[in-house]
Design a protein around this ligand. Structure first.
Ligand code: EPU
Length: 421
């Protein structure tokens, strides 16, 4: 196993290029299962989660060729419909093959994805969406077993306790595109990743209206063909580098970052005093004045993303004053706080809320990564901390950030990997 070591205290400067969005790629790769034809997916980040998804496809009998950041996927009449425990258990997002398998074969068996460190991750909304369009679902032997032979479309409100669901929307939409009737999804997730999946499905020949809105209308078609698609840039990776610029008092151009995908984060950071300018290649972020503390609440898109909560908290730990951060998507997503405390942060958790009292400085320490975004938060803290930070269990980071150490070093950071005992 490897650990990431950071020698903190360096100002970041220069240009960083953002990779394709992990959370758009995963369902788009799954969507290729809806056709027998070849699809080409471009701008695919080289991440562990992508390899897991490719393994799932290969296990189903699909041919996948990789050339740099381009995947050529040839389903070619694959017959299997099972995603096994051994693969699904390594990545929760594997559940997004359920909809395409059901749409294509009228049957699917996908290992039930468990919870994870960010809290319980139920799939009741996935089941609700699929049942609403006529699928019969049971959970047996640890598998979600779905029979979609009588699917005919339907009208469904896909809202849960915490709002809309990204992958439940994706699964319902993917299962619905090949059914005979019309499906209406109300309170659909409208994250840019869902909009990108909708674009891809339309390129495959699907009839979907309302992409990127809370109301999707899907008219089933008989057959889909392959498509060629370049995935949108990763707004969470972009946001993480924007915060890296802020926390190190830097000046960084984030190439391919899209303002319209990051409005809530940009709004908060501008309010906090960071200068953010649209430039032809993306966004330029400059520290020009002392950052102010802020309160925020995570919400479904276009609200402040839960996937940026941990990283934003790192910035607030070194901001003079008190910030109140409320997590409304995953109320337990605070595992980073105890590790940040090891570095000198002052954070108190009260239910779904973190009260952060800014400190003068953080100091480097050995810390443990617990999930993907918590790990990114520790990296940001390490960049500004005095001395050396050793981050263990960085396989979490490699699930979601392509070449993180290389990209940071190119901006002037001092980050390297070491063997961990
Ligand atoms: N929820 C339910 N029932 C369901 C599904 C979800 O109650 O059947 C709840 C969840 O527990 C949560 C809320 O609804 O409270 C939203 O969850 P959602 O279903 O939208 O999450 P997801 O689709 O499983 C995706 C991203 C996550 C990201 C969330 C929220 C992918 C592969 N994953 O997960 O990304 O945090 O949306 O935006 O797209 C990450 O990249 O680090 C990550 C965890």
């Amino acid at each position: 196993m490897e650990k990431l070591v950071i020698e903190g205290g360096r100002r970041l400067e220069g240009t960083v290029t953002i990779s394709g969005a992990k959370n758009a790629c995963l369902p788009i790769i799954a969507a290729t299962l809806l056709s027998d034809d070849k699809s080409v997916i471009r701008n695919v980040p080289n991440l562990r989660d992508m390899s897991t998804m490719v393994k799932i496809l290969k296990n189903l009998g699909v041919t996948v060729q990789q050339d740099g950041d381009t995947l050529t996927i040839i389903p070619g009449g694959y017959k299997k419909h099972i995603a096994p425990y051994e693969l699904v258990s390594t990545m929760r997002a594997s559940i997004c093959v359920l909809g395409p398998l059901l749409g294509k074969h009228g049957k699917a068996e996908v290992s039930f994805p468990g919870g994870c460190v960010i809290g319980p991750r139920p799939i009741d909304l996935h089941i609700k969406g699929l049942e609403a369009i006529g699928a019969k679902i049971k959970v047996e032997r640890g598998y979600v077993i779905a029979d979609g032979r009588k699917m005919k479309g339907g009208h469904v409100y896909l809202g849960g306790h915490f709002g809309s669901s990204v992958l439940a929307t994706a699964n319902t939409m993917m299962a619905a595109v090949l059914t005979g009737g019309v499906t209406v999804i109300e309170n659909a997730a409208c994250e840019p990743e869902v909009a990108d999946l909708t674009m891809f499905l339309i390129k495959m020949g699907a009839n979907i209206k309302g992409g990127g809105t809370h109301r999707l209308i899907i008219e089933g078609v008989k057959k889909l063909h392959g498509a060629d698609h370049s995935v949108i840039p990763d707004r969470i990776e972009a946001g993480t580098y924007i915060l890296a610029a802020a926390i190190t008092k830097g000046d960084v151009t984030v190439k391919h970052a899209k303002l319209e995908h990051n409005l809530a984060l940009m709004d908060k950071l501008t309010e906090a005093g960071l200068e953010i300018k649209k430039v032809p290649s993306g966004l330029r972020v400059r520290y020009v004045r002392k950052i102010k503390p802020l309160d925020l609440t995570t919400l479904p898109y276009p609200g402040f993303p839960t996937d940026m909560q941990a990283q934003f908290m790192s910035l607030m730990t070194v901001t003079d004053g008190i910030s109140v951060i409320t997590e409304k998507i995953y109320p337990n997503r605070f595992t980073h706080t105890s590790e940040l405390a090891r570095m000198g942060a002052d954070i108190q958790i009260e239910g779904p809320t973190a009260i952060v009292k800014g400190v003068k400085s953080l100091s480097g320490a050995p810390v443990m990564a617990s999930d993907l975004r918590a790990s990114a938060a520790l990296v940001l803290a390490g960049l500004v901390a005095k001395g050396r930070t050793d981050i263990r269990r960085i396989y979490h980071l490699d699930r979601g950030y392509e070449c993180l150490d290389k990209k940071l070093n190119a901006l002037g950071a001092k980050v390297w990997r070491e063997k961990d005992k």
